[in-house]
Design a protein around this ligand. Sequence first.
Ligand code: SF4
Length: 767
Amino acid sequence: MPHLVTRAEKRAYPFAMTTSAGTTRIEYRTCHLCEATCGLELHLDGRAITLVRGDRDDVFSHGYLCPKGTAVKQLESDPDRIRRPLVRRGDAFHEVSWDEAFDEIDAGLTPIRDQYGPDALAIYLGNPGAHNLAGLVYNRALLQAARTKNVYSASTVDQMPKQVSAGLMFGGGLTIPVPDVDRTDYLLMLGANPYASNGSLMTAPDLPGRLHALRARGGKLVVVDPRRTKTAEEADEHLPIRPATDALFLFALVHVLFEDDLVDLGDVAAHVNGVDDVRRLATAFAPEVVAPACGIEAAIIRRIAHELAAAPTAAVYGRIGTCTQEFGTLASWLVDVVNVCTGNLDRPGGAMFTRAATSTAGTFSNEGRGVTFGRRTSRVRGLPEYFGELPVVCLAEEIETPGDGQVRALVTIAGNPAVSTPNSDQLRRALASLDFMVSIDIYVNETTRHANVILPPEPELARGHYDLALYNLAIRNVANYSPPLVELEPGEVPEWRSMLRLAGVIGGLGAHADVDALDDVVVSGLVSKVVGRRGSNVEGRDADELTKALATRRGPERVLDLMLRTGPYGDGFGADPEGLSLAVLEANPHGIDLGPLQPRIPEVLRTPSGMIELAPEACVGDVERLRSVLERPLARDGGPLVLVGRRDLRSNNSWMHNLQVLVKGKARCTVHVHPDDAARLGFGNGVDVRVRSSSGEIVLPAEVTDAVMPGVVSIPHGWGHDVEGTQMATASRHAGANSNVLARTDLFDPLSGNAVFSGIPVEIAPV
Ligand code: SF4
């Protein structure tokens, strides 16, 4: 059983003190602004945050905090935030009551669904929803009510390739191994910059500190990236690589592992299918063959392969750069092929699977159905769905193309696809043409300005928080619940209630459905499922008895309590009195450390074979396409410049640019150009340049720097706030340019439908 809070800790929480300004109390809360899940120590005076510090007692973050974390204070008090429902009349938004807002939604959405059917409504789920307990619990109810195939999310913007490769290899879209950073001896990192992003699909507070510790204990960090990022600067070795050639590089590593007889599957050997297929495929990718395309010398590739094989423990990790490219799934797959072939999958110090406190599937046995894609296809282009959603590269055309099944209405939840998805200009036009649109959001931004109704969530501090999704990818097993810290004020409504009420409208129950009754339906469905699940710690129990035991809670907390109690550490509703429940987490405000990651193969596997599929058919079938890259001309040989993104520590996609504390100082939305390219193209530092692709063009200042490799230019994403009709004053003053205008909707990874942002051919010239 994990360490529970001591009496002294209980006494110290909550802690209150009186200051000249009033009564300040100290509360603890997990930061919801990125995937790192840092513990915050919040000093509150009434509802106002007076100070934000890192929670030194947090079991995972130990006091670490990045600049965004302190900005939670400004985010909560931002005067531009929407506090009451808004209805658009003409070009202006007006505050209305909640009943008026839902009447408006009912009047707008219901006739469209009645006349054109469920697929006329599209739903877009944005990235902040991954940090939102209410969203993660109730999105499903909304989607079930909608019964539309037009479901889109930020997943096909930047992470679907990893979900697909994990699904094909291990049987589940979130069965993603994470590097055991705290114990590894060697970390090979591709297309990731955790010094700026704090990690992604790898939940770990203070990754800079953890990477520093890795090196301090004698380990080695190697970064493969077209840019010399902050992470690359701090690494033992930086290997600049041509964008979108990561799969070639990784295949060459596999080639060397086989050629030099270095393959050793270790403890998972008895659970791997397809080794010979991978060996055969890798023969075409000798380091000497891929080196010109990758820009990494063959001898270096051979050395890295030998280092990986020789390290006591090692892990390969790839992230944004490996996902947002035309070979995203192949690169994501090959990351784990190398982990398997070097014997590092599922062993301490290697790449391991988290056992989250709310895990269900994958916890008790290794029987599974695997993954199936393409159960539905998009209307216009026939692109397949992945994990229930269509690629976002289809959204604009599904709105703009007339005919049966045309999307005429849209619901967005915490999303800004007008900025964050490809060919933004096209999507903006499409959004303007919708018959009706509803958004749940905190801002009138580039997307929600098109909405007919905007519903604001309650303030963050008025809601409970638990990282239901992110703890599935944590580098330690941890659990930490943050209760609401302030009361709702009149006129504020919890987001989960808005979502269920919206589900009621979409499901045909009208604008005034009984939200509590809908919530009961959600919970009773979940309880029935878990008592019927073989191997569950409540298998065969009376569903009514469990439902009654949960009755003191409502909303997301009730569902969370159920998930914790029936999870792998749960109390099983009395079966294990020492086990986890929400009450136990409430008594532990700094979280509970459930220990380091443990080997989980074979029980984590959900493939039909019950094995690791090292050579999934879909990946094997795409290898020939990868070989064609070898023929492409490079910039130095007359080929085009190619675009990559970049991340900044003070930015998180598109949604934190309205906070002065995060955007002040030198403008960060610039295009990085290598000095050789700038000289060849005839411009210097600070000059405004026009960057053009086949889908659009933007103008922004050039920053000439050798931090990018020759032939590559880099622009951060999420900017471009100079749009009429938004209500984000600070963001408008620091508008920047939207790099996604340059991304094309016809360019995507065919195995996952993921949009391509990395490696887009562009032209650049002084204005
Ligand atoms: S690293 Fe992420 S979770 Fe931690 S303080 Fe910064 S924004 Fe919050």
